[in-house]
Ligand binder design. Structure first.
Ligand SMILES: C[S@@+](CC[C@H](N)C(=O)[O-])C[C@H]1O[C@@H](n2cnc3c(N)ncnc32)[C@H](O)[C@@H]1O
Length: 329
């Protein structure tokens, strides 16, 4: 376990999404043709390992000792928490895709994370976003780095490419939550739930997006991770760090929605955070392309008050970053 110190775990994840374009449609021109052993070796560089795997027509989804990995034909997502060293895997990842598949080009890259609670406990470049950016800049031309939110409080970092990017519909919705409700978090301990499936049912996670093929894991003595697959190449992933002193939960999905209102409501009901930040990326072809307007108008949401709100227009994607907290009464 890549825990960050005796009684502390950094729940906030590093999130990498890479889109590849291949020369042809042959079997080898798919990330899914890469053997599990090769992914396991790549994950050693990151300091985490595979706990379980599930798959459907479109995607392989792995629950990791520290979060999740999703592999489709041409998209690679790696989300890791604790003191994992995710960015050390970028160079080896590209090398192995060049070796194993007929790579034409990298279409787009997204690396993002919330500011860490204990950056001092991270390893190497991950202590500091500027160092992460320098590392990525050495590998990519056209890199663009941003910081959204309050740099002296809670913020969210993003590195992407100033490229034409992905043309088919694509959207990513994330809710990063902290200062969690103590009662809600108890479900994600072995004191209350027998196993992952039990925690999925008791918590209400199973009702957030019904119909998903769920693969979940309940850690000992506490902690929970799940991946859910939906037809059409859609995923949900949820990770819970329930310890009161550093509680944190993340929800991420690429399900397309014209409005994310209902989804936000359901996730907040299940977890009741004290604070959360929400990011929505949608490209021009996505049905979610106009959802930003609705969020723009939401000064309060389910009893939460907005603290920060920013809207970014990139070459191919629009992004909303917004942060809410429960008012202190
Ligand atoms: C399940 S992972 C999920 C982290 C995720 N990024 C989040 O959103 O919180 C972390 C939780 O599992 C617990 N845990 C227990 N054993 C673990 C292990 N071997 N590796 C990682 N986490 C473990 C940690 O203490 C923490 O509560």
């Amino acid at each position: 376990m890549a825990s960050a110190g005796e009684s502390f775990f950094e729940g906030a994840e590093k999130l990498l999404e890479v889109w590849f374009e291949f020369d042809d449609d042959s079997l080898e021109s798919s990330l899914r043709s890469i053997d599990r052993k090769v992914w396991e070796d790549l994950l050693k560089v990151v300091k985490c390992e595979i706990i379980s795997r599930t798959a459907d027509e479109d995607m392989d989804a792995y629950v990791l000792s520290e979060s999740s990995m999703f592999v489709t034909k041409d998209r690679f997502i790696l989300k890791t928490c604790g003191t994992t060293t995710l960015l050390y895997a970028v160079k080896p990842l590209i090398k192995l895709v060049k070796e194993k598949c007929r790579l034409k080009q990298i279409l787009d890259i997204f690396y993002s994370r919330k500011n860490f609670s204990r950056p001092d406990l991270q390893i190497g470049m991950h202590r500091n976003f500027s160092d992460e950016v320098s590392h990525l800049d050495k590998q990519f031309r056209n890199g663009a780095a941003y910081s959204l939110g309050r740099i002296n409080q809670d913020c969210w970092y993003l590195y992407t490419l100033d490229n034409a990017g992905v043309e088919r519909p694509d959207q990513t919705f994330e809710l990063l939550m902290w200062d969690m409700c103590r009662e809600k978090m108890r479900v994600f301990t072995k004191d209350v739930s027998e196993n992952g499936l039990d925690a999925t049912k008791r918590s209400g996670i199973c009702d957030i997006i019904p119909g998903a093929k769920i693969d979940e894991f309940l850690f000992e003595p506490c902690g929970y991770s799940m991946n859910g697959l939906l037809p059409g190449g859609y995923y949900i992933t949820i990770h819970v760090t329930p310890e009161e002193e550093f509680s944190y939960v993340s929800f991420e999905s690429n399900v397309p929605r014209e409005s994310y209102d209902e989804l936000v409501k359901k996730v907040l009901e299940v977890f009741r955070p004290g604070k959360f930040l929400m990011t929505i990326f949608a490209n021009k072809a996505s049905v979610a392309k106009d959802c930003h307007k609705e969020i723009n108008d939401a000064e309060s949401l389910q009893g939460y008050v907005r603290q920060d709100h920013q809207f970014c227009i990139f070459k191919n994607y629009n992004l909303t970053y917004t942060m809410y907290s429960r008012p202190i009464l």
